[in-house]
Design a protein around this ligand. Sequence first.
Ligand code: AMP
Length: 128
Amino acid sequence: MASVFSRIIAGEIPSYKVAEDDNYYAFLDINPLTKGHTLVVPKQEVDYIFDLDDRTLAGMMVFAKRVAAKIRHEIACKRVAIVVLGLEVPHAHIHLIPIESENDVDFHREKLHLTPEEFQEIASKLAE
Ligand code: AMP
């Protein structure tokens, strides 16, 4: 069965899309730690990120770099943190999280509750 992220890429499940090319897809995390928290995924469905072939892994980082630059431009933050956990969804993904401090990458913190309109507004800004 396809992963939830493959279903998002296929358009079967809605997402707040931020960027896409032939090999990668970026969209807002539905449980954001901060405004602009984005996930970058390869279209190729592989569970563990370090099982990706070298070319796909390297390309994913370059794609994430472009998305992170856009986040940094649009969202007030000190840095865009990059985090890989992969404990929940078995489809490799990078978290890009705009941060002001270390506390902003504490995954035990309560997540933001954004309205669909707020998600859409952020995604539109990042996708421009
Ligand atoms: P992890 O696999 O531990 O890196 O966590 C998976 C991340 O995917 C979590 O931050 C979830 O909030 C996020 N997530 C799961 N399902 C969706 C979805 N349908 N749309 C957006 N984000 C999702």
